[in-house]
Design a protein around this ligand. Structure first.
Ligand code: ZN
Length: 392
């Protein structure tokens, strides 16, 4: 356990960093993302309060307080880390490109029914992600190439799903976890008479499949449903693309990954799509690409008794249970609209203007790429240029 002297010196270091954060905030031009600034100011007040409590504990010099001192110090460090990496980095690195993209992200939030969002902040140079640290101003990370390629744009609808989920996280988690636990309970009850040790092994496999579905993994799958619901086929197309790029075994369960395996994610997205989109020409192409991809990959392995069994954890019934519960949450939230528009033909797509709904533009981009690839580059260059200019 570190000594009192160590913690006393660390308090000096912490106070230096708080002063720095205060200086940075006071140097920002007025009107800079007030929601993010408000969250940083609240964190600074909380840290100051924690530091004064910590100092009082240190003054006692009581060894029995050292475990508590360590926990308090770690909380302070975690809050400082949140300020410096999650909040100040995007705030200080915001340039003209980020500012030009911010209104487009606000449009995505608006069109996805996230009515509580007042502002957005963009951080370029990272894979698509969101940092819902400031409740009313989510921070969206995006790769630099989003200004020149539509490829990763659909992923932002998954990220908007995280923003939606964060508003009522506990309630949505309860619904999803209850649904999946009930599903596995039914599987246990349906297990017929079996001799030992096969029966114990079967029950163990079901239990580990149930435990696989943690808070984080059901949230990830929910966000896929959210994106499939709001954006339609364009999100399913992104998933075939991401799977090709990243995975050779799309059914492999990786316990160190908080995301379910790609095959489970694609099946869930596909389940959430309306029938009209599945039957659409582009829908048929995406499904045939996916099926061809699956035949060329390594199937799920269930021979390792210590592994979570994909066929149980991500069975069509398990995925359908989570997808149906997610869809119920979305249907009961009047603000989230479902993309049930048709997919523009390449001719219609080529005539689209940037002020059309972004969901339509992204589905149009997919249609041109799949059906008229020779026109894609010119279409993408024009539309992205107009889209970004139109906002600034
Ligand atoms: Zn996610």
């Amino acid at each position: 356990m570190p000594t009192f002297e160590y913690f006393e010196s660390k308090v000096i270091d912490v106070e230096t960093r708080i002063d720095w954060a205060v200086d940075v905030l006071s140097g920002l031009p007025s009107g800079t993302h007030p929601e993010v600034v408000k969250v940083i100011s609240q964190l600074i007040s909380r840290i100051n309060h924690q530091v004064s409590l910590l100092k009082k504990l240190l003054q006692t010099q009581r060894a029995s307080y050292l475990p508590r001192i360590r926990i308090d110090y770690q909380t302070i460090e975690a809050d400082l880390e949140k300020i410096s990496t999650a909040l100040l980095v995007p705030l200080l690195s915001e340039g003209s490109k980020e500012k030009a993209l911010t209104p487009i992200l606000s449009r995505i939030c608006q069109e996805a029914g996230l009515q509580h969002i007042k502002d957005t902040l963009v951080m370029l140079g990272a894979p698509p992600a969101t940092l819902p640290v400031a409740h009313e101003c989510p921070i969206f990370c995006m790769p630099y190439e989003v200004t020149h390629s539509f490829r990763d744009w659909p992923a932002l609808y998954h990220e908007a799903g995280h923003v939606f989920f964060s508003v009522n996280r506990r309630r949505y988690l309860d619904s999803l976890l209850t649904a999946i636990r009930n599903h596995f309970r039914r599987i246990v009850l349906a297990t017929g008479p079996m001799a030992e040790p096969a029966k114990s092994e079967r029950l163990r496999a079901i239990r580990s499949a149930e435990n696989y579905w943690t808070d984080v993994r059901v949230e990830e799958l929910f966000c896929d449903c959210f994106a499939g619901y709001c954006l339609g086929l364009s999100y399913a197309f992104l998933w075939t693309d991401l799977s090709f790029r990243w995975y050779s075994s799309p059914q492999e369960i990786n316990l160190s990954d908080d995301h379910p395996p790609p095959s489970a994610r694609f099946n869930c997205i596909w389940y959430c799509l309306p029938r009209s989109l599945k039957l659409d020409g582009c829908g048929q192409i995406i499904k045939s690409i996916w099926d061809a991809y699956l035949t060329g990959t390594v199937p799920a392995s269930s021979s390792d008794p210590l592994q979570v069994n994909y066929d149980i954890a991500c069975s069509p019934e398990a995925i359908q249970t989570l997808a149906e519960t997610s869809l119920d949450i979305l249907r009961n939230t009047a603000t989230v609209p479902q993309y049930d528009g048709s997919i523009p033909t390449p001719e219609q797509a080529l005539a689209l203007k940037p002020f059309e709904p972004l969901t339509k533009l992204l589905n149009a981009a997919m249609a041109v790429l799949l059906l008229r690839p020779e026109s894609y580059r010119g279409f993408q260059d024009r539309l992205l240029k107009e889209l970004i200019q139109n906002q600034s």
